[in-house]
Design a protein around this ligand. Structure first.
Ligand code: WTA
Length: 563
């Protein structure tokens, strides 16, 4: 085995590391009372770093630098506003905003009063918004007048207060202007100290059955965000860091908010849409040193060509990472050529809360491998009985319980939570993988029907449910179809109702229906009409058979097929 520079350090850490050592970095290890917003923001001010830029924000029309002191004050004002509106510790407050400075001030304001924050992806449409606010019984929402149109307020009995960025007060409707509200409030706030196990954030994520699940994380998760920020993101206090993920997804919070700000770096937030020029310009203008993104984005940048890269000065970039889907060896080789840097793959999930497997900066990268487990966490390949499998054997990718950033529950759904822990002592990820002789993990696929399109997890059930709401659709089955750029695309097989004839027009109309009702990324890119869909005798659509049709493979055991 060839070794990287400091692989021996990694080996040493692996044997001796204890999470309790990380706790000692924080003052709360004495009191047991904590608030992640304090550790991300206020602490840096108290320790004399108030003038440092915390948030370097830009979009095509607005650009703003916000210091740690200002972020503290903005979030204090917002916390005071929530208090005035009688929002309480433990309440769920959702944020449905584009990633603007108001998003981040609100985010920390919610945490400062001990409420639970729920970030929503800006592109969600009505059904997606409704499911999440309904399931979480959110009492307050921060949004804009524009996005409010996608919030079915009359269907959400728990939702009492709506704070509008760029909107007006309207007492009767429970609307409060964000700007007016925060302007009236004091910038002093006395932090609500909570227990380590106090709920912090809910992220909704998809499984293969049922509605999206509310994955709950607690304040204690911060020690993993902090420490992986050091080990894997390689953050030092003078770094300028950019995570391209939206805070509606877990990467955009664990590594777009918590890890960088716990480590006191300057965090770059770029609003607006993706384009290769825009992204390279963002790296250049901000002098970004550490960059965390995703395979689909790297593939798109690769597709845009080397000439685009050459127009920009990317010489400050020191470290590049990737997460969310398999990172092709070809992309790593290309990255090495044009960025003169290796892209470091990392593996984790909404449920794991933080990075579990990674290619460390000091570690030799094996292109195509996700890397090795971080110290303090034991990941393994196991069989159905929980026995660890020998090298080069495919099995369930599992993580020994517990670890600091592991989810603590699925909101309102203890049964779903239990499903992850059916093999005693293990969290079973639903991914299959193998481990080589040197402990590197190699991703093989998903064990369930969850679709990963451009790194976004889409549950086929959610899409199917939306599809059958269309008047022409009798039945629908949805699968992920392999795609070079996006990893997978969503393909829907549809049986039409009597009186409807298949046509290209109808395909477009149905796709647009999902896009406007659920979310653009959940809309099928391909639709195929079938007279009948394969179903079990109990009426369940067999996605396995649809997949076999698609790939031209044998469909396997069909004994439960309807006829
Ligand atoms: C997939 C994103 C291959 C995997 C942080 C996992 C990956 C799911 C990788 C979680 C990787 C994540 N290589 N596949 N490096 N990282 N995945 O919850 O299937 O949105 O189970 O979390 O993405 O997606 P989630």
């Amino acid at each position: 085995m060839t070794t990287g520079n400091n692989l021996s350090d990694y080996e040493k850490e692996k044997d001796t590391f204890q999470w309790s050592d990380v706790e000692k970095v924080f003052s709360w290890h004495q009191t047991g009372k904590v608030n992640v917003a304090y550790e991300c923001v206020d602490r840096h001010v108290e320790e004399g770093r108030g003038d440092k830029i915390a948030l370097s924000y830009s979009d095509p029309v607005r650009s703003e630098n916000i210091t740690y002191e200002q972020l503290k004050q903005h979030s204090n004002r917002f916390a005071n506003l929530l208090k005035r509106l009688h929002i309480e510790k433990g309440d769920r407050v959702f944020i449905f905003l584009p990633r603007t400075p108001e998003f981040y001030a609100s985010f920390f304001g919610v945490l400062k009063i001990g409420a639970v924050v729920g970030p929503l992806f800006e592109a969600f449409m009505t059904a997606a918004v409704q499911d999440r606010l309904d399931n979480s019984e959110a009492v307050a929402l921060v949004t804009t007048p524009q996005l409010l149109k996608r919030v079915p307020v009359d269907q959400l009995p728990h939702l009492k207060k709506i704070i509008l960025v760029g909107g007006e007060d309207n007492q009767q409707l429970g609307h409060y202007s964000f700007e007016k509200g925060v302007f009236q409030e004091s910038s002093d706030f006395s932090m609500e100290w909570v227990d380590l196990e106090h709920p912090m954030i809910i992220h909704y994520t998809s499984g293969s059955t049922g509605k999206p699940k509310g994955v709950l994380h607690v304040h204690h998760a911060m020690i993993q965000h902090y420490q992986t920020g050091k080990w894997v993101l390689d953050l030092n206090s003078d770094d300028i860091y950019w995570c391209t993920a939206d805070p509606g997804w877990v990467t955009g919070t664990s590594y777009g908010i918590f890890a960088p700000w716990l480590n006191g770096v300057t965090n770059v937030i770029r609003g607006g849409r993706f384009s290769p020029d825009d992204w390279y310009q963002t790296l250049e203008t901000n002098k970004v040193t550490v960059w965390y993104s995703a395979p689909t984005a790297f593939r798109m940048l690769m597709g845009a060509g080397d000439e685009v890269v050459e127009k920009y000065d990317l010489s400050n970039v020191r470290h590049i990472m990737s997460v969310g889907e398999p990172l092709n060896p070809e992309v790593i080789r290309w990255g090495l050529q044009v960025y003169k840097k290796r892209i470091h793959d990392t593996w984790w999930m909404t449920e794991t809360g933080g990075i579990v497997i990674a290619n460390y900066p000091q570690m030799e990268i094996r292109p195509g491998s996700m890397g090795r487990p971080i110290p303090g966490v034991h990941a393994a390949i196991i069989d159905d009985n929980g026995l660890e499998l020998p090298p080069n054997t495919m099995g369930h990718l599992a993580v020994k319980t517990p670890w600091p950033s592991l989810m603590r529950s699925i909101w309102n759904n203890p049964e779903k939570y239990k499903e992850y822990f059916q093999i005693p002592g293990w969290y079973v990820s639903g991914d299959t993988a193998y481990q080589d002789e040197d402990g590197y993990f190699w991703f093989q696929g998903r064990e369930d029907d969850v679709i990963n399109t451009s790194g976004e997890r889409v549950g086929p059930f959610e899409v199917e449910s939306k599809l059958v709401e269309h008047p022409a659709v009798a039945e629908a089955g949805v699968i992920g179809k392999p795609d070079e750029l996006r990893g997978q695309i969503i393909k829907a097989f549809i049986a039409l109702r009597d009186g409807y004839a298949p046509s290209e027009e109808l395909k477009k109309e149905i796709a647009a229906f999902v896009k406007s009702g659920l979310a653009a990324h959940a809309s099928p890119r391909e639709i195929e009409f079938k007279d009948k869909l394969p179903k079990t005798r109990s009426g369940k659509i067999m996605r396995r058979v649809l997949k076999a049709w698609e790939l031209g493979l044998p469909a396997g055991d069909l004994s439960t097929l309807e006829d």
